[in-house]
Design a binder for this molecule. Structure first.
Ligand code: GAP
Length: 487
């Protein structure tokens, strides 16, 4: 056979960016499959030490910006289990559902819009009837090649029973949004704090949805976390209501900038009538370029008086507001900025994921020039580990002792300015440690070497993004780290 006709060996399937992120997340203690040792549970993921730290950093920045630094926001933490009447009044029992279509043969169920997308159609804005008609007209088949049934509805709330009796009265649901915990506490906060409009309630907490098709790692989960604000405004001034809506949109973008997301990957999408939630008069989604496409990251909705009115009527408790000045009583309207913590984490992880060839001088001094380096270019504000301190060699007690002492000092000094995430690392050789810290996204690695002790010339500090090492005194190091990390 001539040279040119030689069959090339089948190329090893190249990992997609998402697959690389999933395996790095597991390898470096960010995110593990839920119930992994039992084969997992679809739509659930567990967060390891670095994942928790990343998550907490995002949540703390959000809480500081939207609650602590403001005068008009009240933090709450409502129960996940709520009286079933909350969900009847809110409309979730009747309408919180996704379009469902069944494979007539295997009885496997699919989310109709996701399946249409998968089959190359654009279901955006389509009603169930339109999706049904499209499936019939094009004779679309399930992924297993079988005919599909009619498009129906599937309620996504997880139903449970509270107490030993299992009756209609004992039914409860795991909350599908944190929002309702705030509407039902509107009166409590108003009575305790007597705030003047406009003011908001804010909450961070878990939400649960029995998604038909959980997918894309931590993008669509069955158990996830939300950070939501229900901001109450005076409906008698619609111009002001619109202004507040716009200000919140800007605030959302500012927050995304603060956690380090690349603005060129962020899109503003006005949600069309057909796609809006049942309670919303206007919605703007913020979408992000995830490795699997441009998808919703967070939302902003004008919920009007829908919820307070519904709960007033259903509970027979007056949820109106009395304006002392004009002596008028009315139900406030509500603007809701909502953020998904897990989606933000995924956006941050995928935006930070970087690969590059590492020059010898920028590495540990022992890497090869053609070596590929993987690193997470986290903003220091969200990085789970901010500084890692190493002894050059782990079998030289003099270096280990000095590095440990420096680690303790830095931990104390940085903690005093609110910076946490300082790690001591003497695992493997220094090259391995750099690689590990790069994959954790640690902005600064500090090494104690023989010159530190013998010459008193300070320590080396390696910058994660440039790979450059700089020698500096311990005093300068502390000052530099405080300046860079306590911004
Ligand atoms: N209270 C309004 C509300 O819940 P939503 O658009 O249904 O609105 C808000 O959800 C945010 O919660 C979304 O923008 C997304 O970030 C996150 N989210 C919703 N469903 C999710 C899921 N299944 N998995 C992960 N995050 C989800």
């Amino acid at each position: 056979m001539p040279e040119t006709e030689k069959k090339a060996a089948p190329a090893a399937k190249e990992e997609t960016k998402m697959e690389k992120i999933v395996s790095l997340s597991k390898r470096r203690g960010f995110i593990y499959q839920g119930s992994e040792i039992y084969g997992g549970l679809a739509g659930t993921w567990d967060f390891g030490p670095h994942g928790v730290a990343l998550k907490n950093n995002i949540k703390n920045l959000w809480w500081k910006r939207f609650v602590e630094d403001r005068e008009d926001m009240y933090g709450v933490d409502a129960a996940i289990l709520m009286n079933q009447n909350v969900w009847k009044a809110s409309g979730h029992v009747a309408t919180f559902s996704d379009p469902l279509v069944e494979d007539m043969k295997t009885k496997k169920r699919y989310r109709a819009d996701s399946l249409l997308e998968q089959l190359g159609h654009d279901p955006k804005g389509m009603t169930d009837q339109q999706m049904d008609a499209l499936i019939k007209e094009k004779k679309l088949k399930s992924p297993d090649g079988n005919p599909l049934g009619d498009v129906g509805r599937f309620n996504m709330m997880f139903k449970t029973h509270v107490g030993a009796q299992q009756t209609e009265e004992s039914v409860s649901y795991l909350r599908p949004e944190t929002a309702q915990g705030m509407f039902v506490n509107f009166k409590n906060v108003k009575d305790s704090f007597n705030p003047k409009l406009p003011f908001g309630l804010a909450q961070i907490g878990k939400a649960f949805r029995n998604e038909i098709a959980p997918r894309d790692f931590i993008f669509r989960l069955r158990e996830f976390e939300q950070m939501e604000i229900e901001y109450f405004v005076d409906p008698r001034d619609p111009k002001r209501v619109n202004e507040i809506f716009d200000v919140f949109f800007d605030e959302q973008q500012q927050f995304l900038k603060e956690i380090g997301l690349n603005p060129s990957k962020i899109y503003k999408v006005e949600v069309p009538d057909a796609d809006r939630a049942h309670y919303s008069k206007r919605s703007i989604d913020t979408e992000f370029d995830f490795p699997f496409g441009q998808k919703e990251l967070l939302g902003l909705a004008y919920r009007t008086d829908y919820d307070l009115k519904a709960h007033s009527e259903a509970s027979k408790v007056d949820l109106s507001y009395f304006d002392e000045e004009t002596k008028e009583r009315f139900i406030p309207h509500c603007i809701e900025p909502t953020f998904g913590v897990d989606r933000l984490m995924l956006a941050v992880l995928s935006d930070a994921y970087s690969e590059e060839e590492m020059p010898v001088e920028a590495g540990a001094g022992e890497g090869k020039s053609d070596e590929k380096r993987v690193y997470l270019k986290f903003s220091p504000k969200v990085a789970p580990v901010k500084v890692a301190v190493f002894p050059l060699l782990k079998n030289k007690p003099v270096l280990v002792e000095k590095a440990r002492a420096l680690y303790s000092t830095l931990k104390k000094e940085l903690s005093s300015v609110g910076v946490h995430g300082i790690e001591f690392d003497d695992n493997g050789n220094i090259g391995k440690r750099y690689r590990r810290q790069d994959e954790i996204g640690t902005p600064f690695c500090v090494t104690v070497d023989f010159d530190t002790i013998e010459q008193g010339t300070g320590v080396t500090v390696r910058n994660r993004d440039t790979g450059k090492q700089e020698r500096m005194s311990e005093t300068d190091l502390t000052a530099m780290l405080k300046k860079e990390l306590a911004k």
